[in-house]
Design a protein around this ligand. Sequence first.
Ligand code: NAP
Length: 489
Amino acid sequence: MNPDRQNPSVIIIGAGMTGIAVAIKLQQAGITRITVLEKAETIGGTWRENRYPGVACDVPSHAYTYSFEPNPEWSSFFADGKEIYEYFKRVYLKYGIDQYTHLNEGVISCHYQQGKWMVQTTQNKTYEADFLFSATGILHQPLYPNIPGLDKFAGIAMHSARWPEKIDLKGKRIGVIGTGSSAAQLIPELINSEGTDVTVFQRTAQWLVEAKNKPYSEADKKRYREKPARMELVKKISLSVFAQGTSALVKDNLWGRLMHKLFAWNAKRYLHHSIKDPVLREKLTPRYKFGCKRVVMNCTFYPAIQKPNAHLVTEGIDHIEADGVVTRDGKLHRLDILVMATGFNPAAFMRPMDFRGRGGLSIEDAWQKKISASRSLLIPGFPNFFLMLGPNSPIGNYSVIAMSEMQADYCISLIKGWQENTFNEIEARPQAVERWRAMLKSKMSHTVWASGCQSWYLDKDGDPLTWPDTWKNWVAMMQAPDTDSLVTD
Ligand code: NAP
């Protein structure tokens, strides 16, 4: 290795679970000239921002754990948001990532100039680096519904990902728009709060798979501490169930169809067994193929929605007034609080930064035709830049941690070439991105996402925003860089 090049400078945008993983992996690879820029006053990304009542992760806790930092102390099979946040904070401090991190420094612009990335922040500082990682997450910019009159609502209106630190729910009439994964966790907590009356505005009935939680006893934790292989086994089994689930969504072969039928049957069985009232059951019955939208995994929503203070409204929202929501049947649903559990813009990535690659090429121009990156990570015209969890990463029903780690390893293996002096700049060839898109398109036609529903898995042209193939094939692809796709200078 060239001694002058052993320790490249690296900037990481974002101190969420992905940014922390990248920083730790760089450190482990001997790269210590790291700057982590975090816009907020604390780390944690999605687990800092989502603090609505009931926030949790529907990926089992032992599978939602860094491979290098297993955690025998998880309190339950599925951990809640606060515990997950604390886990990441603990790891962040343990590995000393705080020494590299600048909090309250949002990135305004990133410009590639004369072989370096120049990054300007809200503190009016400019940082320079050889390599730049964007680890801003995918689902971080709330999507607000475009409903007439929303701005006229006189009560408290908020997005599920913008939950206030303090809010008095006691005795309140609360409306929730949306029935996705966030809503399914949140709604039961609202229904079970003292004296509330909760109206749920459902546009589309969701497929819901029962995900029973189980607390870990002290004896369980002791066993995990003493025999870490047990944790690894829980992780392996959990991830293999997720991998099977994904195969059922993306493979139109005999096995895929069989698995798809099995998962759908299991979800239907849970619905029938849980919801007693046939009218309510009918309203909650999904009308599209299982898995076309992100499957909701939950065990609190069905019991809660049958309580007397819960109302499921499926008439469709016409408009919003000062006093509440008016549905298409002309009925005014009077509300004190309106929660929009309406999801996120999945294509925001490092927007709204002024992001420019070689020759001042803006990301807007580069992505004019399509938001795309070779293997999700590298963009032509943006040398020495890695877009973590970029478009078509296998987001959906899988552990994001495993993905981030694998992508970090992949990028660090590319940086090795720079350290060995084999190149100064690395980026994707434009033809590689064309090939990548064509491959995604051809695989997409075999998936359940192309079966006619509307979801954030697809862009406005119906092309995939997620990975339309199996987890196994993604892992195989990530084992080694595809040198044909890369251009180095
Ligand atoms: P989401 O899955 O995008 O769901 C948004 C909900 O809002 C849907 O029910 C949607 O209805 C509804 N909606 C949107 N605009 C509407 C409008 N104008 N009028 C009426 N209804 C409207 O959002 P999310 O629940 O926040 O979840 C987003 C993603 O975050 C998930 O897909 C998942 O990847 C991740 N997540 C993960 C966990 C976890 O435990 N791991 C938990 C929460 C979220 P339609 O279905 O009709 O569009």
